[in-house]
Design a protein around this ligand. Sequence first.
Ligand code: G3P
Length: 217
Amino acid sequence: MKIFLDTADLSEIRRASDAGLIDGVTTNPSLVAKVAEGDVTVMYREICEAVDGPVSLEVVAVDRETMVAEGRKLAAIHENAVVKVPLTEDGLKACRDLGNEGHRVNVTLCFSVSQALLAAKAGATFVSPFIGRIDDISGEGMQLIHQIRQVYDNYGYTTEILAASIRHPMHVVESMLIGADCCTLPPKVLWQLSRHPLTDKGLDAFLSDWNAAGTAI
Ligand code: G3P
């Protein structure tokens, strides 16, 4: 499963990328607004250069024509750029238009299997179901990942399922078990994946035994 980092924070992206742990990056307007203002082209280029894989950059228009115009600009920033559009009627049309021009598109804000079907029909490279936000309103976010996996497999759709709105390590584990193609993680969750109390305990015991014996490498 591919791991993407869900942030626009360049230092976090470089930290994870330098460790060789991420396959790409996803951003959204809220994440970008936390770290930037004004023209973000230079920052987007730096993000694309910091990672060897797809970087989702989102349009902010809501009508098809302006989405396509913004999408062309975003795609021109760097070969790693993937245009992100919302799962609306105009977004689906823009997805088809941009795909016809050879651009990769991530259709975001997906909350139902019927929406995911249309993203695949529109030729999306990625569809982003938002697990955490469904859980937030007492729904079953993972159930949506299950259903989309089943529908895409039943009919051979090649759109990649990019599990998004990940809030904790078990969202990642369950997404892997279901067979999501990618997960996008906030930096905090990425590093949480590495931790286990028995690892810390075991390391403390190894080092204390080693030091007590006075051995050296
Ligand atoms: O990038 C889209 C998604 O991952 C946002 O997550 O935590 O704002 O629901 P969240």
